[in-house]
Design a protein around this ligand. Structure first.
Ligand code: ADP
Ligand code: ASP
Ligand code: MG
Length: 834
């Protein structure tokens, strides 16, 4: 029995320079048994020739000639480099010259006529593949192989649809059967992409057609296998141009590959798989540059494991036409009629979907056919449109058809759920959804400018266990620098143990911004920020809406606010509107006036974004979540009492030890417990803000100005801005304080600085919120507090007798940063849904 053929196909990318051509020659020569080679035009030749035709058609001969020159010099450069001077080159050069001479004449004709038809264009393009195959044969011959150039127009018979010719398989098969034996004796090099109509005119098979040539050849020759050699190591989990960390798939079934090619994987011709399915010939896709890598094997079986990676592909420049039916009983078979009307106009429909009851139909067509498609549908439905049974059509474009392909899809659960959850997580709007009849793929339409974020999100959700989170951090003060340190030191553990890939992609202070989508190296954030140029400042500093637009395109974008700046609520809203989550330790946006604060929270809700602010009260102590849980589960809060200021806690603790206040403040400042101006702490305003945040969680519509706020010492002492003068004021106030403390001691009371939220107080004419120095009895939980410790006690219907108490270190950079990190991780975990 005869040994079976091996078919090898080399794409333009494998022939673009002499170095790659040499690799190709090595691969061909190493192939065992009878071999047939198919080649594309070298490098960008086809694009250049199409452009040359267009220029000639516009009468711009010199431009057309320049492009031909470019193509010719690429080819001649390959020839000279591979063959070197000598008889082989002397033989080949005149052949190439004759070929390009003919091409120039043809373009000259086009220039004269100022017109070129699809037929002429196909003939012009044929020069690319013809010179490429001619040369490859010459190279192999020069190195001692029995190589032979074959013009595939001699065997590949097509119809006369120029630019996308359909193959006449019986005629082609017959030609191949007649030639097989003769070719077995030589190493044949065939032109890819080209065919000939039955009346002898040159046709092309559509872009990437050489792949299809190779599989047709394999089928006709009964080949053992086909290998497509290209510049990537196989079919990847996504277009590597969109998803840089896409990786090659080991195996695919024919049907998966077919679906991928149909739905836009720009790596092979959509019909490539058809001859293979018919003949059961396996296909390998391998990399000319790394010939030892296995590449991808495409065959009948593919990968049976439903847990195996999945490919995502996108087809850009499509239009979505929506047809809304008002009356269900209106006319039957509307979908069929629409389909037929489009078929009649020869419009390719990429996807058509129909809601369960047929009220909503949509079709997806190439953008260039959108208006013809719309007209065809409107004509078909003119009666329904006139009777207002169908709403006026809506057309969305440009949009992108995004498709997830996996053979095992039908067998694994919740694929659609995961896909749309991933898109939702990055805030991508899905316009319509469709599943292929084979249930091997699921598609949806997204807006064109969301293509890459959408592909990336779906890709990651299915191919990586880990969830990438992109952080833009505002503020590099105490909390900020702690946070950055923790991100750096935790990253590895988070990735290894929790599958979370925390990426610091940007950092801003009041003036500068560094934004690096691949990640700012956490060890060098200071250097990067210092090296960043002064940014253009918007309403909220260097983080402008344009910066947010960049942030939103990254996986799970989170804006982290660890500043104490005023007015950032506007920035948060801009973030929510763009699908960005916010994690904030900044209290200000939650303590603005009630309607604005409510609008901010509503904005997060209506855009389905997270707004996490656990650290605004009690740093990383679980205060807000605890309160939310109580409220959510129907408990009624009777009283909230707490010591929210670490500084004031420390000072009252020291005062009870009878340390003079001025000394205690100096000490606290030295320990880093106070704001730069300790007056700010002593005013109690910060504690009031925290209590207000809690009160509002209860639904109380209270303003900061409604809070009865008493500073630790009289206002006039705090008004002193000079630090030394301020200390002097405290010293002068000491006798008064001492008298007070003596009195407390006699009565067995303890001084603490507390905040109290008493929802019933208003009914009795009192203040709902009081913040100030308070004397409590020895059994009060606040008496147990040491140093800067915080506590909050919730007295509720359920916790009536013994309040629910949260206590611990409630201030400081490290614990606050840890709390911020915990908020970020909660978001990541919730989004992942696993
Ligand atoms: P050739 O010149 O060998 O025919 P092509 O440029 O036609 O090569 O196809 C290979 C290219 O397809 C790759 O370089 C890659 O950029 C692109 N591509 C798009 N989607 C995928 C995918 N899912 N897997 C691999 N490559 C892809
Ligand atoms: N040269 C043609 C193209 O660029 C065919 C191919 O490369 O497969 O589309
Ligand atoms: Mg190709």
């Amino acid at each position: 029995m005869n040994e079976r053929f091996h078919v090898l196909k080399f794409g333009g990318s494998s022939l673009q320079d002499p170095e790659r051509v040499s690799r190709v020659l090595g691969i061909v020569e190493a192939a065992p048994g009878p071999t047939a080679v198919v080649v594309s035009a070298a490098g960008p030749t086809t694009d250049l020739l199409i452009e040359a035709a267009a220029r000639a058609g516009d009468g711009e001969d010199h431009l057309a000639n320049g492009l031909v020159e470019q193509v010719q010099s690429l080819v001649v450069g390959n020839a000279e480099a591979v063959l070197g001077k000598g008889p082989a080159l002397d033989d080949t050069t005149p052949q190439l010259e004759a070929l390009y001479g003919n091409l120039r004449k043809l373009l000259y004709g086009v220039g004269l006529l100022r017109e070129y038809t699809p037929q002429t264009l196909d003939l012009i393009q044929s020069f690319g593949e013809r010179s490429s195959a001619l040369l490859m044969a010459a190279f192999l011959k020069a190195r001692g192989s029995l190589a032979r150039f074959v013009d595939a127009r001699d065997w590949l018979v097509t119809d006369a649809r120029f630019g996308r010719a359909l193959v006449d398989w019986p005629a082609t098969a017959q030609n191949l059967a007649e030639r097989a034996d003769e070719w077995r004796e030589a190493l044949t090099v065939h032109t890819g992409y080209l065919g000939r109509s039955s009346d002898g005119r040159t046709t092309t098979l559509g872009r990437n057609g050489s792949d299809y040539t190779a599989t047709l050849l394999a089928r006709g020759l009964g080949a053992e296998d086909v290998t497509i050699w290209t510049d990537v190591s196989g079919v990847m989990t996504a277009d590597p141009g969109i998803v840089p960390d896409a990786y090659p798939l080991a195996r695919l079934s024919y049907m998966e590959a077919l679906e991928l090619a149909t739905f836009g994987a720009k790596m092979f011709h959509p019909r490539t798989m058809i001859p293979l399915i018919e003949a059961g010939v396996p296909l390998r896709i391998r990399n000319t540059l790394t010939p030892d890598a296995e590449g991808t094997l495409v065959d009948e079986t593919g990968h049976r494991d439903p847990g195996k990676p999945t490919s995502v592909t996108s087809l850009e420049n499509v239009a979505l036409i929506d047809i809304q039916v008002r009356r269900l009983d209106a006319r039957p078979r509307m979908a069929e009629r629409i389909q037929r009307s489009l078929e009649q106009k020869d419009i390719s429909v990429w996807l058509s979907t129909q809601s369960a009851h047929g009220q909503a139909l949509s079709v997806v067509v190439p953008v260039e056919h959108a208006s013809r498609a719309q007209e065809a549908i409107e004509l078909e439905l003119r009666a329904e449109l006139a009777a207002k049974e169908v709403r006026p059509l809506e057309v969305w474009m440009p949009t992108t058809l995004l498709t997830l392909v996996a053979e095992a899809m039908g067998r694994s659960v919740n694929v659609a759920g995961r896909m749309f959850a991933a898109l939702g997580a990055v805030g991508v709007n899905v316009r319509t959804i469709g599943q292929s009849a084979s249930s091997r793929s699921i598609s949806c339409i997204v807006d064109a400018d969301e293509t890459s974020i959408a592909v990336q999100a779906v890709h990651d959700a299915f191919n990586f266990a880990h969830q990438t989170v992109s952080l833009l951090v505002l503020g590099k003060g105490t909390v900020g620098s702690e946070l950055l340190e923790q991100v750096a030191s935790q990253a590895e553990t988070l990735r290894a143990a929790h599958d979370i890939d925390l990426r610091l992609i940007g950092l801003a202070d009041q003036r500068r911004l560094t934004f690096e989508p691949e990640g700012v190296p956490p060890s060098d954030w200071e250097g990067r920020l210092a090296a960043a140029p002064e940014a253009e400042l918007g309403d909220h500093g260097p983080v402008t809406p344009a910066v947010l637009d960049r942030l939103r395109r990254l996986p799970v974008p989170v804006l982290v606010d660890v500043t104490a700046a005023d007015g950032l609520e506007g920035l948060y809203q801009e973030a929510f509107e763009r699908g960005i989550h916010v994690v904030a330790a900044n209290k200000k946006p939650l303590t603005i006036d009630v309607p604005a604060r409510n609008a901010l929270l509503e904005s997060a809700r209506s855009h389905y974004r997270f707004y996490a602010y656990e650290t605004t009260v009690g740093a990383s102590l679980p205060v807000i979540e605890t309160l939310k849980d109580l409220v959510r589960t129907g408990d009624r809060v009777q009283l909230i009492e707490g010591s929210f200021s670490g500084t004031l806690g420390y000072l009252t603790w020291k005062l009870m030890q009878r340390k003079p206040l001025a000394e205690a403040v100096r000490e606290a400042k030295a320990l880093g417990y106070t704001e730069p101006q300790p007056q700010d702490d002593l005013s109690g305003l910060d504690a009031a803000r925290k209590a207000l945040i809690l009160a509002r969680e209860l639904g109380l519509q209270i303003e900061l100005s409604d809070v009865e706020l008493e500073p630790l010492v009289p206002e006039k002492i705090l008004a002193e801005t000079d630090l030394e003068a301020f200390y002097a004021g405290l010293e002068a106030h000491q006798p008064e304080l001492d008298a007070q403390l003596d009195a407390y001691e006699r009565e067995g009371l303890v001084l603490r600085y507390l905040a109290r939220v008493d929802p019933k107080a208003a009914a009795n004419g009192g203040k709902v919120m009081k913040v100030g120095p308070m004397a409590v009895t020895a059994d009060h939980p606040a008496t147990r507090l040491r140093a800067t410790e915080s506590f909050v006690a919730f007295t509720t219907d359920r916790y009536a007798e013994y309040p629910l108490i949260v206590q611990g270190a409630g201030a400081g950079g490290a614990v606050t940063a840890a709390g911020v990190l915990a908020d970020v991780l909660r978001i990541a975990q919730t989004l992942r849904g696993r």
